[in-house]
Design a protein around this ligand. Structure first.
Ligand code: ATP
Ligand code: MG
Length: 137
């Protein structure tokens, strides 16, 4: 089934100059429906990761996600949500499979290079968080 998902190249990967390589790899598997480079405000990052509010890593996560520019993309493809998470690899890069984006580019569990939506409901909310319908081409 054709799906859309939200991808973020996180501040660590942008800072390291890996955004282009990551986007090229993404583009070899998915159609890029929309793309923006931006720096999240504290309020935006807190809202985006609201599902994790109260967890021990939440404040550091918001701090990290606002620490520099990110590249945000809406991706489209067959089973894009699960397939993009497969391409990303496990949250902890030490557990990520060979060849995955996190295995190649993540520095640690908290600085892990990329984000991907985890379900159709969250994908719809996350895509709308960054892109008005008219920008989804
Ligand atoms: P993302 O939502 O960023 O794609 P994910 O879905 O693989 O990652 P989540 O459980 O949603 O993982 O956690 C969101 C982010 O919070 C992770 O990418 C990671 O950077 C951070 N995080 C999650 N668990 C921990 C933890 N135990 N310690 C430190 N950071 C964590
Ligand atoms: Mg998640």
């Amino acid at each position: 089934m054709k799906q859309r998902t939200l991808s973020i190249v996180k501040p660590d990967a942008v800072r390291a100059g890996n955004a282009g390589k990551i986007i090229a790899e993404i583009e070899s598997h998915f159609r890029i429906v929309a793309m923006r480079k931006l720096q999240l405000s504290k309020a935006q990052a807190a809202a985006f990761y609201a599902v994790h509010a109260g967890k021990p890593f939440y404040n550091d996560l918001v701090e990290f996600m606002t620490s520099g520019p990110v590249v945000v993309m809406c991706l489209e493809g067959e089973d894009a949500i699960a397939n993009y998470r497969k391409l990303m690899g496990a949250t902890n890069p030490e557990k990520a499979e060979e060849g995955t984006l996190r295995k190649k580019y993540a520095e640690s569990m908290s600085h892990n290079a990329v984000h991907g939506s985890d379900a159709p409901e969250t994908a719809a909310v996350e895509v709308a968080f960054f892109f008005p319908g008219c920008d989804l081409i």
